[in-house]
Ligand binder design. Sequence first.
Ligand SMILES: Cc1cc2nc3c(=O)[nH]c(=O)nc-3n(C[C@H](O)[C@H](O)[C@H](O)COP(=O)(O)OP(=O)(O)OC[C@H]3O[C@@H](n4cnc5c(N)ncnc54)[C@H](O)[C@@H]3O)c2cc1C
Ligand code: FES
Length: 253
Amino acid sequence: MKDLTAIVKGNEEIAEKIYMLTLELTEDVGAVRGGQFVNLSVGDGSMLLRRPLGVCKTDGRLLSVCYQVKGRGTERLTAAKEGDELKVLLPLGNGFLLDKYKNIAVIGGGVGIFPLIATIREHCADKNFYSYIGFRNKSAVCLLDELGKSKSLTVTTDDGSYGIKGNAVSAYFEDVNKPAADAIIACGPPVMLKVLKRELKEHGVNIPCFVSLEERMGCGVGACLVCVCKKTDGENARVCKDGPVFDINEVEL
Ligand SMILES: Cc1cc2nc3c(=O)[nH]c(=O)nc-3n(C[C@H](O)[C@H](O)[C@H](O)COP(=O)(O)OP(=O)(O)OC[C@H]3O[C@@H](n4cnc5c(N)ncnc54)[C@H](O)[C@@H]3O)c2cc1C
Ligand code: FES
């Protein structure tokens, strides 16, 4: 893990209120796994807490994250322009560990698609991904070229303005022709992951399913305990350090 100064190379709106920020790192950080994240300053000294963002793409020392404008921090980030300097701590968290699997179903929604894209990019040469991706509506649809590196891609929108009307979880379970997968990876809003867990149980699906969780974070490195989540064995886990990727049966959703 390194704490670096990064130079902004680009910061463009790729869908409504969703930006892709590309940074040039001033040092090598080694391989960054899909599902790992960065803790990024937003370019305003009065906002001390950095924001956790999943890594979406890496290419040598270039690293891209995509962020949805939510509150003050991400709003401030939209002002970052080429040549600006931002502090970035990375790589953080465990990421998706997929060595044992070959055929992988991908279920993603909202900003959860970005770490999934990094994972598909990392492994698409030697693994098959079958992706079910949900967006709010047509104006939020983005990065289909990246998602299209999957062997198959099903896109849904809540209002049916693009792709199938519905959500990614229902698209997965309703796909009667879905290829057999030996693992599932998922990232999306808490309600999506909760429904996924319930549906897996109801359909008696017992292949491994790994989910990336999103919790409010402070330090991002396991020290402040802001991000603690409950495990099904009654213990606590720090999403930043023990996760953000967990076996779906290991955590309360
Ligand atoms: C591991 C991880 C990966 C993430 N990856 C992405 C991503 O790729 N793209 C993306 O758009 N968003 C991602 N998020 C969510 C993103 O961190 C929040 O949307 C962002 O921090 C909101 O900041 P804000 O200042 O605009 O909002 P505010 O609500 O003003 O933030 C106030 C404080 O709460 C924290 N906070 C608010 N919402 C969240 C949240 N959902 N998760 C964590 N901290 C939060 C902020 O970091 C800040 O410290 C990720 C979160 C986690 C934990
Ligand atoms: S954010 Fe500080 S322990 Fe996880």
